[in-house]
Design a protein around this ligand. Sequence first.
Ligand SMILES: Cc1cc2nc3c(=O)[nH]c(=O)nc-3n(C[C@H](O)[C@H](O)[C@H](O)COP(=O)(O)O)c2cc1C
Length: 174
Amino acid sequence: MKKTALFYWPKKGNVASCALKIEAQFEKDNIDTNTIKAIDEYDLNDYSLIIVGGSTVGADHWEKATKNNFWHSFFTKIKQANHTGKPIAIFGLGDQILYPDHFVDGMKLIKDEIEGCGARLIGKWPTEGYEFTNSDSIEDNMFLGLALDEDQQPELTDERIKNWVQQIKEEAAL
Ligand SMILES: Cc1cc2nc3c(=O)[nH]c(=O)nc-3n(C[C@H](O)[C@H](O)[C@H](O)COP(=O)(O)O)c2cc1C
């Protein structure tokens, strides 16, 4: 069965509400959605696509995050399984007006952690329609995953999610 696992953090807030909107674009039986904290309950081999979402809340937080908290154990678990060729897609929340030099930087941190496990990153997203000056999460003029801005462009979120999910389903051949 072609199932998708969607993991997100933090538990409450914009990432969580967007995760639920992404989940709603799949048939209920075809997707399991949970926080990154629940990773131990999953056998990742059961899934044909993994989606990971987070927000950017500053480098300090991430450093702490990768050392002591749930992101650290999440990435460790992800790296334990063999994901050779498995599609993984990232979405990231940010605020392009308040943090124009670091817009959605967090997606790059997620990408750097997961790329060692042989997964295939899908769901790259155009930078058109956003206003910012810099982002670590851009390669070849594309975001590494879906950039969402609930602070400045909440009205665009639903359409972006709809189009992105359509895209990743095609790229993952679901
Ligand atoms: C302390 C703090 C630092 C932030 N730093 C960034 C940043 O560097 N880049 C960015 O794009 N957004 C930044 N943001 C904005 C958040 O990523 C954005 O509000 C996001 O929607 C929060 O999602 P959450 O409610 O799930 O945590 C920051 C927010 C806070 C509170």
